[in-house]
Design a protein around this ligand. Structure first.
Ligand code: SF4
Length: 502
């Protein structure tokens, strides 16, 4: 599954199809539908590049979903936010016979493989498994809701062996229609109002909708105790009749149970994979958490011509800083000094926003030598210049270091009293954090409360994302969404929004 050129290593097999139960008929049908039940593992080889990039693309979608749920967005809102993200990273186009067959096959293959790769990534702890299942189920619901009625029926039909659902025929529907209508109309009305955001639907509109659009499945009542117990469906002669509106929930329960069980099985199989020196580092990097995808812009973009040693202390530029960078730079300007970790974090952030090495040296030397700290220019050149040049890849191993993302910042030791590095949402005392938020213009108590709530749940990047949304409320388009997982992403997006407005 993973390699372009096969390599045989003593005692290790790359891929052995003999031991895999290869259900060829099912596999052929696998990409027939846009949506997958993910019940057949992928068996073809892919390259390591595909392995990584497909997993990252799916992870980007799941991170957005995770961010939305962490900010208590409704399903409707999540759907609107996620659709463009899915279209960008994990599209599943409908098949237009003879026109887009190859593209459709490739999209479905990517979806299938990326799902299985992330199973490997997120099967390792109970917490990760739960998060993965929750986000995958939301993705499944969004995609299912996006399909045509005919595609939905085709999907159910394809998986009828597993689901064992029987649709009633037109004759039975007509015969039972009054009972079906009486039993289900209230729930269908609620669902329709939620879906269409209509405040009212007349009785006749509802009757016509059920007659034309609802198809009912018939299941033994013991399979659906919740629906029977809530008296929201028709039960007759030991069978429950479930309308289309409820079928998605049934389907999700089925897929969810299946996925949860299989994640545990995957976890049990992981030791056999742990000897693979190509995949383990990739999987470990991906499994750090749901914020592990790095923001990667054109760090050090020369086009940022207004970024220089003087401008970066101006309100105009600093208004785009995330709180971590604000706190660091304010501390530097106030104390004319920053300890090592703080210098690293701020220096790389500034490099990322476009401060070139000459301007960086001008900025740092001015700040260090202009206070009462007793640091002369000579001392600065002797003790600090090397570090700055080093972070620009001009000294030592000459590595062009990238600005730290939030996960890196949060993985460093917390700052002590004389240090200012880290993430303020984690490291500042609550009252100091609130003062800082007020300085950023967040004064409504209800807004402050939700941010504090995120902080108390250790959801620091969610708190930061919420602050970004509140401070850019006027510029953000409705339902425009972005999860902050990198200080430079915060800065770049903030600048872009300002430019788009002018
Ligand atoms: Fe900085 Fe990230 Fe913390 Fe925001 S969440 S303040 S960008 S470290």
């Amino acid at each position: 599954m993973f390699r372009q050129a096969k390599r045989r290593t003593a005692g290790r097999r790359n891929f052995d199809t003999k031991n895999v139960i290869y259900q060829s008929s099912k596999l052929a049908a696998l990409y027939t539908s846009r949506l997958s039940f993910y019940d057949i593992p992928p068996l073809e080889e892919i390259t390591l590049e595909e392995f990584e990039s497909w997993a990252i693309d799916r992870l980007k979608v799941l991170i957005e979903i995770e961010s939305c749920t962490a900010r208590s967005k409704s399903f409707k809102e999540i759907e609107q936010i996620i659709k463009p993200v899915v279209n960008k990273y994990l599209p599943l186009s409908p098949l237009i016979e003879g026109k887009n067959d190859a593209q459709v096959l490739q999209e479905r293959k990517k979806d299938h493989y990326s799902h299985y790769i992330l199973r490997l990534v997120f099967c390792r702890t109970d917490e990760l498994r739960k998060k993965f299942v929750k986000n995958e189920m939301l993705l499944f619901k969004i995609r299912y809701g996006n399909m045509q009625l005919s595609e939905k029926s085709q999907f159910i039909e394809l998986h009828n062996d597993t689901l064992d659902w029987n649709y009633i025929g037109a004759e039975e529907k007509t015969e039972l229609f009054e009972d079906l209508f009486n039993a289900t109309s209230a729930s269908i009305r609620t669902q329709m109002m939620l879906d269409n955001e209509k405040s009212t639907i007349t009785g006749e509109q509802l009757r016509q909708h059920i007659l034309r659009n609802e198809s009912f499945i018939k299941l033994p009542f013991e399979k659906i105790p919740n629906l029977v117990g809530s008296r929201s469906i028709l039960v007759r002669q030991g069978y429950g009749y479930i309308p289309t509106s409820f079928q998605l929930n049934l389907l999700v329960i089925e897929v969810q149970e299946n996925l949860s069980k299989n994640l545990v099985k995957t976890f049990q199989a992981i030791p056999r994979l742990d000897e693979d020196d190509r995949l383990v580092p990739l999987l470990q990097a991906l499994s750090k958490n749901f914020s592990s995808v790095q923001y990667d812009s054109n760090f050090g973009d020369e086009s940022a011509s207004d970024i220089n040693a003087t401008s970066i202390t101006s309100n105009k530029i600093m208004s785009h800083y995330p709180l971590c960078a604000k706190v660091l730079q304010k501390s530097l300007v106030a104390n004319h000094h920053l300890r090592f970790q703080g210098r690293q974090q701020l220096s790389l952030f500034l490099k990322g926003i476009g401060l070139n090495v000459d301007e960086a040296l001008r900025f740092w030397s001015t700040q260090f030598t202009s206070g009462n700290t007793g640091i002369s220019l000579e001392k600065f050149n002797k003790e600090y210049k090397y570090n700055i040049r080093h972070s620009y890849g001009l000294e030592g191993a000459r590595i062009n270091y990238k600005p730290w993302d939030c996960a890196t910042i949060l993985s460093k030791p917390k700052p002590n009293k004389s240090e200012s590095h880290g993430c303020p949402y984690r490291d500042l005392k609550l009252e100091v954090l609130v003062d800082n938020l007020k300085d950023m213009g967040i004064t409504e108590q209800s807004d402050l409360n939700v941010i504090i709530d995120d902080v108390n749940k250790n959801s620091y990047t969610v708190a930061c994302t919420r602050v970004f949304e509140l401070t850019h409320k006027k510029q953000l388009k409705p339902n425009e969404n972005l999860h902050i997982n990198h200080p430079n992403l915060y800065f770049d997006r903030s600048r872009q929004l300002e430019k788009a407005q002018s």
